[in-house]
Design a protein. Sequence first.
Length: 234
Amino acid sequence: MEKHLLSKSTFIRSTQCLKSLYLHKNRSYLRDRLSAEQLAKFKRGTDFGILAHQLFPGGINLQPKSPSQYKKAIIATSEIISTGNDSCIYEASFQSDQVLIILDVLERKNGKLYAYEVKSSKAISPTYLKDAALQYYVIQNSGLEIEDFSIIYMNENYDHVEGDENKIDLGQLFIIKSVLPEIYELQAFITEHLPKAKETLFLKHSPEIEIGPHCNSPYPCDFIGHCWKNIPKI
Ligand code: SF4
């Protein structure tokens, strides 16, 4: 199996700015240090994902323990699916077209595959839809048919279980929404953008992209310190 060139996160990075992708892969030493707030946000996202696993009890966790375990995780995912039995996999790994994705939950029910991506957010953003569209693209290209693809996110009106502050009502906390129609519409974007992202990785110099509003949207870029170094702070 050839080594992947892109992952979900690097693909999303490339959709924000190809220069950011180039710097991430080739000049990572120029990256800004992560703030405590950003680290806490990542941790919250991981915790929320693990909590969402409880919506699918009895699943097998195939989370690769390190980057060197990706190949093993892809093979293990494929082996479980190929049994044809009903099953549930947490962190199912797939690779096709030199893109690696790790899906939060893959459920097989009555012979059909259902994909779920968990986001610790109160709404589904356009970036989440691109992320889901890429995952759908990779899974379909690896020869599997996905019956439905949903994003699981946080119910902003969730209130604690009455009488027990520590108990969590999972059915109330999470909203599960199919995004298949949106994903279909984004497939053209994925196939058009992927070659551009891959080409960027092999450029001799970083692409000439001016700074602008995209440096903070949808996420604050972690190369702002480098690209904005000559811009006076107001
Ligand atoms: S700071 Fe702006 S221009 Fe520089 S890599 Fe990030 S998004 Fe691109």
